[in-house]
Design a protein around this ligand. Sequence first.
Ligand SMILES: *Cc1c(COP(=O)(O)O)cnc(C)c1O
Length: 326
Amino acid sequence: MLFRHLPRQTLGFFPTPIVELPRLSESLGGPRILMKRDDQTGLALGGNKTRKLEFLIADALHQNCDCVITAGAAQSNHCRQTAAAAAMVGLDCHLVLGGTPPEQANGNLLLDELLGAQIHWTGADRKGEQIGAIAAQLRAQGKYPYVIPYGGSNALGAIGFVAAMVELQQQLREMDQSLDVIVFASSSGGTQAGLTVGKALMEMAVELIGIQIDKTEDRQSSYPEQLAELASSTLQTLEESECQFQPADFQVETAYLGAGYSIVGELELSAVTLVAQTEGILLDPVYTGRAMGGLLDLIRQGRFQPQQTILFWHTGGQPALFKFVL
Ligand SMILES: *Cc1c(COP(=O)(O)O)cnc(C)c1O
């Protein structure tokens, strides 16, 4: 297989299930909807970062590092899964979190503490702006940190989602099922870049639609430009070809950013509520609630044909439900 030459540490339960959401489809009078349950990866309440961490943590062990360091928002699902993965393989974990310490930790932050992570608070910086400085401090103390970027979204992390696409294709074959569209929450880009590389390598016809969760205007380049760069370097890491991706290869819906990252509005609330009450499935308020809100809006706009089959990739995040009160 494509990534067989790379070290990989088992951290979760794969393949994750695919379920059908008939009552949600019916309530919309809309297309058939399937869901890929990456909220069930099993790593300390699961989520999509488990896939990236299988390659990143293996690399940390391969390089004989003694700790990992990564970054995110105070309610980062990526940081929680990294803390769990580190505990599982016996590495120390340093988390560089945006904000200031709350009086009482809840949601993902409570779990970070329970999992033994050491937390460094960095105020307005929630995307790892200070990782380099804190890693340097750790080195000065004689530690050997392995740096995992914000969201785990470098080429090695994205390979986790190339592997996910191979996994999906195998499941679809077994189910004798084809897909027209895959919809998912897209934020730091590893998920969308990895799925796109997997789709290209396996020559799949499916359309990929990323629902953008977080603005990227603070960076030098547009989000599709960042995705193209990440996908190209992912392909290079796989030693597959010199092929380059273009920004136009990435479909990103930017209409659902609402009042900003992690600000829960009517779109998210109604999507989380509808899926809970029609299917008994929990979405999260920040990522999958927003992405499902976007999908519901696209369906209501008539973007898809009734006979099409759509797969919503549930990327996890439910611990944040306990932070954001309905
Ligand atoms: C990180 C995350 C995403 C986005 O994945 P990226 O690879 O960062 O684009 C989506 N959903 C949840 C729940 C996440 O934690």
